[in-house]
Write a protein that binds this ligand. Structure first.
Ligand SMILES: [Zn+2]
Length: 211
């Protein structure tokens, strides 16, 4: 059961990463392609953490969001904080970190940032499009089976509609791949992979919910 909650959250978080990328681009920074995100049990005082590729066996930037956090606002402001770590040249909360953090709308002390007004509005819009953070309204991290199935099914159907458009553009990108120069190709493959990854997760959870 807990695995399904994590799968659903992972899809929601991956969507957030994909949609936050342009925000970083607009501010003049680039989030590495190989960022992966999930929720995990972390210490009570830790909202999130980031591991650089040298720590990860598969060479990705790994971001973990504390699974005890339920509010979309807190989840995304934590995610943005960890994405700043992934984008910064140096580790820690130094000058490099601060510059990017302010540029993408974080405020407050750098070790414990929060979303500023612009980023807060962005979060509200994101929640409108994709729904609240999965199971955030539930009083229990392990909700009754039936409740969870119904909840997942409604959410998955919404996601499938959204993903339809993204899949069409992934197909168009794939069709152009044979003529692409190497530099573009890597980026295109990563984009298509990411979309297919989310698609697979949604299909898996729908399958589970319909059982
Ligand atoms: Zn940090």
């Amino acid at each position: 059961m807990i695995d399904d909650v994590i799968t659903e959250r992972k899809a929601w978080l991956s969507n957030a990463v994909a949609e936050l990328r342009p925000l970083f681009n607009c501010a003049g920074y680039k989030v590495p392609e190989n960022v992966r995100v999930t929720c995990a049990r972390l210490g009570r005082r830790t909202s999130g953490c980031h591991y650089s590729p040298s720590w990860s066996s598969n060479g990705n930037h790994e971001i973990f969001i504390n699974c005890s956090i339920r509010s979309a606002h807190e989840v995304i402001s934590t995610l943005v904080h960890e994405m700043v770590h992934a984008s910064a040249a140096n580790t820690g909360h130094g000058k490099d970190f601060k510059k990017i953090a302010f540029a993408v709308g974080l405020i407050g002390p750098m070790q414990n940032t929060d979303a500023g007004p612009v980023l807060s509005r962005w979060i509200k819009k994101f929640v409108k499009r994709w729904g609240p953070y999965p199971l955030a309204q539930s009083s229990d991290m392990f909700p009754a089976d039936q409740f969870a199935r119904r909840h997942l099914l409604t959410r998955s159907e919404k996601w499938l509609v959204r993903l339809g458009g993204q899949l069409a553009s992934a197909r168009a990108t794939a069709a152009r791949m044979p003529e692409m120069p190497g530099s573009q190709l890597d980026k295109a493959v990563a984009e298509v992979k990411e979309i297919i990854g989310v698609w697979e997760q949604v299909l898996l959870q729908m399958e589970w919910a319909q059982k």
